[in-house]
Design a protein around this ligand. Structure first.
Ligand SMILES: Nc1ncnc2c1ncn2[C@@H]1O[C@H](COP(=O)(O)OP(=O)(O)O)[C@@H](O)[C@H]1O
Ligand SMILES: N[C@@H](CCOP(=O)(O)O)C(=O)O
Length: 320
């Protein structure tokens, strides 16, 4: 459930009056998502998403995220812009929170992607990386390698509550990544969270890429590794699907390209991507109250992926 802040019909009507988007017809809270409050808004002329930014999104970062969406949409990528009001303002205050009225994109998030959908996602990611080549802004990645160290330290001994020995396993992995992290590879702004729930599919095509609120500057091929970890395993991380992986990578390579150095580092990037979601899920697992409305995600699903990347060759991961 991701409606943390309730918004009255009067506040919504007052918000919409700032725009040329028709009058309020209906508004429904959207259950999906974890970070921000989202509403589906129908007006007399169109459909929109209203996002209220909650504490997990640093509002100082909003200009970066909104410029990123505008940049990608200008280049034909299927990403949702924040709509400017009549004064040109994209960020408003609604129920005391920063908020944006956002373009609604069609499509559905799939839970069991097909080969064709996974290839299309690889192509879309590649096109996104191409379009980002001239994006002038950057944002430090608080969830990069240094951030994983901080998060592991904050979880501390409690990691062993999730699974006996997890604290030592994470420490060993961080030591490996410190020694082998391919920081020499090209960097870019990356989406950093392109899971199936952040891609809206229309049949076999990508109708939308959403949820850019982890976007930051980091090793570019880490974005492909995150997408690989998210799309090419069963949800519990126990089974790797080589056909999905080959489709994802060939779609990406066709649209953008994957250098020999990026291929050589891929297993290490997959280990980093897995550790990132293992740690953020572990933190949430340990700190989400049992009666919270948000469903906690299983950290161990990414420990299984991590183990797989640690034992796989780059060719197995990339070529199927
Ligand atoms: N621009 C959009 N067009 C259509 N649906 C959207 C759009 N943005 C968000 N959604 C819907 O809202 C849900 C939650 O959005 P998301 O950005 O993932 O939230 P959170 O940042 O809280 O994780 C998505 O799963 C999707 O169903
Ligand atoms: N993709 C992450 C969680 C982030 O949630 P999102 O709804 O903002 O994409 C995970 O699966 O751990």
């Amino acid at each position: 459930m991701a409606v943390y802040t309730q918004v009255s019909a009067e506040a919504l009507a007052a918000l919409l009056a700032r725009y040329d988007v028709g009058r309020l017809d209906s508004a429904k809270g959207i259950a999906e998502g974890v970070q921000n409050s989202n509403f589906l808004i129908d007006t007399t002329s169109d459909r929109f998403i209203l996002t209220l930014y909650e504490k997990a999104t640093d509002t100082d970062d909003l200009p970066f995220f909104l410029a990123l969406l505008d940049h990608l949409a200008d280049r034909g990528l299927p990403v949702p812009r924040a709509i400017p009001d009549r004064q040109g303002m994209q960020v408003q205050t609604v129920a005391g929170r920063p908020a944006c009225l956002i373009e609604f994109l069609h499509g559905v998030s799939v839970s069991a992607p097909t080969v064709a959908q996974t290839r299309a996602t690889g192509e879309a990611l590649g096109r996104m990386h191409g379009a980002l080549a001239d994006f002038p802004l950057s944002r430090a990645n608080s969830l990069g390698l240094a951030g994983w160290h901080r998060l592991a330290a904050r979880c501390g001994d409690d990691l062993d509550v999730i699974a006996p020995g997890l604290k030592a396993r994470v420490a060993d992995e961080l030591a490996f990544l410190d020694a082998h992290w391919p920081a020499h590879l090209p960097t870019s702004v990356v989406h950093a969270d392109l899971f199936p729930d952040n891609v809206l599919m229309v049949g076999d095509s990508v109708g939308g890429m959403i949820d850019f609120y982890f976007a930051a500057t980091d090793v570019r091929a880490l974005d492909l590794a995150v997408t690989h970890a998210a799309w090419c395993f069963s949800a519990d991380g126990a089974t790797f699907d080589a056909d999905l992986a080959a489709a994802l990578v060939s779609g990406y390579a066709t649209a953008f390209g994957l250098s020999p150095a990026e291929r050589d580092a891929f297993a290490t990037l997959g280990r980093g991507a897995s550790l990132r979601f293992l740690l953020t899920r572990a933190w949430d697992w340990l700190n989400t109250p049992a009666d919270a409305l948000v469903t906690r995600k299983d950290p161990l699903a990414f420990l299984r992926r991590l183990d797989f990347y640690a034992g796989a060759t780059n060719a197995e991961l990339l070529d199927g």
